[in-house]
Design a protein around this ligand. Structure first.
Ligand SMILES: Nc1ncnc2c1ncn2[C@@H]1O[C@H](COP(=O)(O)OP(=O)(O)OP(=O)(O)O)[C@@H](O)[C@H]1O
Ligand SMILES: [Mg+2]
Length: 467
């Protein structure tokens, strides 16, 4: 059963990795945590069900002995077992309903706790901490109430069971005596069989109760896993070779719930070019970047590399050749080197070189532990500009052919921006660089400037953009 939990956890991690980007975002950290907890609950119940089977087997063996020794006691046992199980059914059903409510409330609470973690800064600055705490408190109180009721219910089952079984056993014993069993040995044997049998019955009943209480968690596992809808396309297994050209034709992507789709009419770039994309907020620049790196798949239109539809390229080749610097790069718990490597197992020298190319070497050298300095949750924090350059180092470390950057210099001071510009200029020869930016000075490194406006990507001059 430990392995059931283990297998199920492996399965949801695999589903998460293969899921559509949107499905992953919607499930969030809270959904994943809840899924993990629910798997634990179900694994525990499977353990308990082994107990149920054992108890049932023992009760069966005992019933067999009883039939031989004292048929009347055997009949009494069987009737008592069936009646008790039927009589306790409504209580078990009520427990199941309470457990379902607990599972729902648990998920809500997980989402609220996740928000507490993400919004700690805002709650402090805007003074909304108290109101938020009241909200958390209400959910937590609801959960505690449900838990109390469920416990009271399952605790009431044992005494109820005992009282009923003692009454039954007494009745059967009286019947045994009345039907001619005045033999003390026979009465004694009947009593022993009855009490033992009913004790096994209680074990069985408890295990069944536990299983019924766990059903809602099993449903929750299925429901949360079901939300991880797999990405629509299975990619091909082509290797596109070093990316020399990228073309985009009539691309459309509709964010669910958005008034209109993001569209991009046309984009052509060749190796050796730095292409800057700018445009009004909300036009779809980030969406375009996510489409280009295959985080999202277009509803319509085509992205081709070296003339090959990007769908045809095997994920292993794709991820080796394409890199991304997002608007808000996350830190992982670990060292600076771990953060650049991101579990790709890159050689140390490559990480050092990437850090240097991203213009971060001086600051890393100043740290006592250098690249082995711990950052991220539980470690040291980085400035916004350092974080952006770390994300650039992460992207460069894989030696990509296509580098897509979403506002990579928005948090940089003039000196760091100069370093990033020099890096992008140096990258030009060996890759296609597409940089989304509003900064005039970053635009200056680009060979071409495009503006995305109402679905059209058109060439423009730096003068138009800044003016
Ligand atoms: N996950 C989402 N769900 C629904 N709509 C979304 C989602 N992400 C983006 N959108 C919408 O799609 C449009 C394009 O968003 P996008 O982030 O690509 O714009 P942008 O050009 O990068 O803007 P900015 O310059 O402000 O970063 C916007 O109208 C936005 O509201
Ligand atoms: Mg954006």
């Amino acid at each position: 059963t430990a392995s059931w939990g283990h297998r199920r956890r492996r399965r949801f991690v695999e589903r998460h990795l293969a899921a559509d980007h949107r499905a992953r975002l919607e499930l969030g950290a809270a959904g994943l945590q809840t899924l993990n907890t629910a798997v634990g609950q179900v694994a525990g119940a499977i353990d308990a069900s082994v107990g149920a089977v054992k108890a049932l087997a023992s009760a069966g063996a005992l019933a067999l002995v009883a039939v031989i020794v004292q048929p009347l006691a055997a009949l009494g046992l069987a009737v008592a077992g069936v009646l008790l199980h039927a009589g306790l059914r409504p209580l078990t059903g009520r427990s199941r309903a309470l457990a379902a409510a607990q599972a729902d409330t648990g998920l809500t609470y997980a989402h609220e706790i996740d928000e507490l973690a993400r919004l700690g800064r805002e709650l402090a600055v805007f003074g909304s901490g108290r109101a938020f705490a009241r909200r958390l408190d209400a959910t937590s109180a609801r959960f505690a109430r449900l838990q109390r009721r469920a416990r009271a219910l399952s605790q009431s089952i044992a005494p109820l069971y005992q009282a009923t079984t003692i009454a039954f056993a007494t009745g059967v014993l009286v019947a045994v005596v009345a039907w001619g069993g005045t033999d003390a040995a026979q009465v004694g044997a009947s009593a022993v069989l009855l009490l033992r049998g009913l004790a096994y019955g209680q074990q069985f009943q408890t295990a069944i109760h536990r299983l019924r209480e766990t059903e809602p968690f099993a449903d929750q596992v299925a429901e949360l896993e079901g939300r991880l809808t797999p990405a629509r396309v299975v990619f091909g297994d082509a290797d596109c070779g070093p990316i020399e050209s990228l073309t985009v034709e009539n691309l459309a992507f509709h964010h669910p719930g958005a008034a209109r789709p993001v569209t991009v009419d046309r984009l052509r770039c060749r190796r050796g070019e730095v292409v800057a994309v700018t445009g009004p907020s909300g036009e779809g620049k980030t969406t375009l970047a996510e489409l280009l790196v295959r985080l999202r798949l277009p509803d319509r239109g085509e992205i081709r590399v070296n003339g090959l539809p990007h769908f045809a390229v095997h994920p292993d080749h794709w991820t080796r050749r394409v890199a991304f610097v997002p608007q808000n790069p996350p830190l992982v718990t670990g060292t600076l080197a771990d953060n650049v490597d991101l579990w790709r197992g890159l050689p140390r020298a490559t990480l050092v070189e990437a850090v240097a190319r991203a213009g971060l070497a001086d600051e890393v050298d100043e740290l006592e532990a250098g690249l082995d300095t711990r950052v991220g949750p539980g470690g040291r924090n980085l400035s916004g500009g350092q974080l952006q350059r770390l994300a650039l180092a992460r992207a460069l470390a894989g030696g990509p052919d296509l580098l897509v950057l979403d506002e990579p210099t928005s948090a940089l001071d003039a000196a760091s921006e100069e370093r990033v510009r020099a890096t992008l200029t140096a990258c030009r020869a060996s890759m296609i660089v597409i940089v989304i930016t509003h900064r005039a000075s970053t635009l200056a490194v680009a060979d071409r400037h495009l503006v995305l406006r109402r679905g059209r990507l058109s060439e423009t001059t730096t003068h138009d953009l800044v003016g």
